[in-house]
Design a protein around this ligand. Structure first.
Ligand SMILES: O=C(O)[C@H](O)[C@@H](O)[C@H](O)[C@H](O)COP(=O)(O)O
Length: 221
């Protein structure tokens, strides 16, 4: 990630990084904040891959998690932080409030070609990634870059980058860790291109690079 950040900053003066929630990236966040002192945070813009529709100061909020475990330990300008606007007009993720479109416009305004330099993803036990869940209508060729989605797990309402946004990225890193994910990895190794059932198989950067980072426990059980 640091290499990608340095290369992007060298080329264009800015690094656009989109981060997922969940427990898996916490160790990476800890590492980034504790050891990577030369990471170009001042030139880094932090975006969210997905968000739960709860106020940003709630422990369930992905931005809250990223803030607690990473952002608050860094020297990063606050105007480089881009939480998803899940709360508008004192209500959460209401279609008419246009939060998804607002975020899409913010991405379009700041990110060249809406193509993030680096997107960090995880995978759920059911093969979901970001907040793109099995069987949901958003998984079909969605034209938008950001959408309101529904999770089978609480909190149900979500906002998420779509496949379209993810697949525009220059690099996508898929981080899978822990014995608990072994079954999922085994199943995923047998399926191909079934984004409706296994959303993770819909991650295919058009011209970018996709790299899976799987630890031994997830790989070997
Ligand atoms: O909001 C979220 O939960 C995520 O962004 C989600 O897509 C996550 O990456 C996977 O569910 C894996 O979660 P774990 O890392 O907790 O297993």
């Amino acid at each position: 990630m640091q290499e990608a950040a340095e290369a992007a900053v060298r080329e264009g003066g800015v690094f656009h990084l989109a981060l997922s929630g969940g427990a898996t990236p916490l160790a990476l966040f800890h590492r980034l904040s504790s050891y990577h002192f030369s990471f170009p945070w001042r030139e880094t813009h932090v975006w969210m891959v997905d968000e739960r529709c709860v106020p940003l100061d709630q422990p369930d909020s992905n931005f809250h998690t990223v803030h607690e475990h990473l952002l608050r330990h860094l020297r990063i300008p606050y105007y480089n932080l881009h939480p998803m606007p899940v709360q508008i007009n004192q209500r959460l993720c209401v279609e008419e409030d246009g939060g998804a479109l607002l975020y899409e416009k913010e991405v379009a305004k700041l990110v060249n070609g809406s193509s993030f330099h680096f997107v960090l993803l995880g995978v759920g036990y059911d093969g979901h990634t970001a907040s793109l869940f099995p069987g949901s209508k958003e998984n079909a060729k969605d034209e938008s870059l950001v959408a309101l989605t529904e999770s089978p797990n609480k909190p149900h309402q979500r906002m998420s980058l779509t496949f379209r946004a993810i697949n525009r990225a220059q690099r996508v890193a898929l981080l899978v860790m822990g014995r608990g994910k072994h079954e999922t990895i085994t199943q995923l190794s047998r399926v191909k291109d079934q984004p409706h059932k296994w959303p993770i198989t819909g991650v295919k950067p058009a011209s970018g690079r996709l790299v899976w980072y799987i630890d031994n426990e997830a790989l070997l059980g």
